[in-house]
Design a protein around this ligand. Sequence first.
Ligand SMILES: CC(=O)N[C@H]1[C@@H](OP(=O)(O)OP(=O)(O)OC[C@H]2O[C@@H](n3ccc(=O)[nH]c3=O)[C@H](O)[C@@H]2O)O[C@H](CO)[C@@H](O)[C@@H]1O
Ligand SMILES: C=C(OP(=O)(O)O)C(=O)O
Length: 434
Amino acid sequence: MASFEVIGGHPLKGEIVPQGAKNEALQILCAVLLTSEPVTISNIPDIRDVNKLIELLRDMGVKVGKLASDTYRFQADAVNLDYLDSEQFIAQGRALRGSVMILGPMLTRFGKCQLPKPGGDKIGRRPMDTHFLGLEKLGGKLTLEGTDFYRIKAENGLHGTYMLLDEASVTGTANIVMAAVLAEGTTTIYNAACEPYLQQLCKMLVRMGAKINGIGSNLLTIEGVESLGGTEHRMLPDMIEIGSFIGLAAMTGSEITIKDCQVPELGIIPDTFRKLGIQLEVRGDDIFVPAQDHYEIATYLDGSILTVSDHTWPGLTPDLLSIVLVVAIQAKGTVLIHQKMFESRLFFVDKLIDMGAQITLCDPHRAIVIGLDKRNALRGISMTSPDIRAGVALLISALSAEGRSVIDNVEQIDRGYQFIDKRLNVLGAQIRRL
Ligand SMILES: CC(=O)N[C@H]1[C@@H](OP(=O)(O)OP(=O)(O)OC[C@H]2O[C@@H](n3ccc(=O)[nH]c3=O)[C@H](O)[C@@H]2O)O[C@H](CO)[C@@H](O)[C@@H]1O
Ligand SMILES: C=C(OP(=O)(O)O)C(=O)O
């Protein structure tokens, strides 16, 4: 188990380039299974979850060529279906959430797939129902082994239909879209997730020959085609990393320029930080965050306490709420953080309370943060990273705190943030990997 030793209390300064998007990469990599032709993908982040998925694809028989540090060429012209029966495949499938998105491509191209319950963050229930609701509507027949192994078959192929999803599940929508592009006839998906990463997936599929209407909305119409061809694709910058850097700058009083953010794709994220009083300046495609001694949380027009909550896109992604919460600790004012989607994502606040933060955890979904307005610094402590985003939130709090902190289990952070210690040290952070 690796740890970070962090010596906090030093402002950072400089420019940082966000990595390619983790959660886009997981979708896009699975889509290479839809064609026997080559697909070249660039701006792939060098992070644990993505590397594990690339290894899984390679072990399934996909040809993988590394063309540059962030660019790979994939060709799925000899997928080994027998590999799905191996113990190794089962272990790999369990190791990350993103593995779930091989289901749609494999079912539609090869008529079958199987998978253990996928891994990923332990942040509350993560139901798979929407995935199978959609795949079964298209003609897949699901067999459950216990509650954590799924086999799905489509002996007579998949056939387009209308479906109203019970939830706008991100990975669920990706799976259903990838299945529908090669199904016979027209599929209409209502209540589809529509975040930028899904839009990216749909645009890539269209370049491969798919027919998809409604991209960017929650109503997708897909005309199935016989086969798809190869393409090239470049990943967006990671919006959660961009949000994490904005929060880091505010909390540590640092001046940071975040380069090449593709700002129009960030949706409500910049305004969410502005509501906490953080100044942001969009300069071309960069975001400049000046060093700020104070930032004050807005209230509603009637003076009541602000709530920041997660929502399906174009609302605020739940993956940024831990960061918003930690940044509020040093703001002036009070905010209610309401994590609606996941029930175990706020428990890390006990560590922040140990560091001196004023937080009341009202219930598993809601926490009230009373900002310290930088009158008192947080104290460095020893802690453990429970999940990827809480891990980075703890790292931000440690960088702002006085003295030494140790964060254990930073493999959680490495799942989604590329060489974060080295990249922040370039800006003046003092992080040592133990
Ligand atoms: C690999 C990947 O891309 N992971 C992301 C993906 O996970 P993933 O696709 O697994 O998450 P889902 O969108 O399926 O659902 C996440 C949770 O939110 C709940 N839910 C979902 C939709 C909805 O309308 N109402 C609702 O309550 C679900 O029951 C579940 O508990 O999307 C999540 C939600 O943005 C993100 O946190 C994850 O980082
Ligand atoms: C929850 C996350 O990841 P995963 O879905 O891969 O567990 C995340 O990226 O914040």
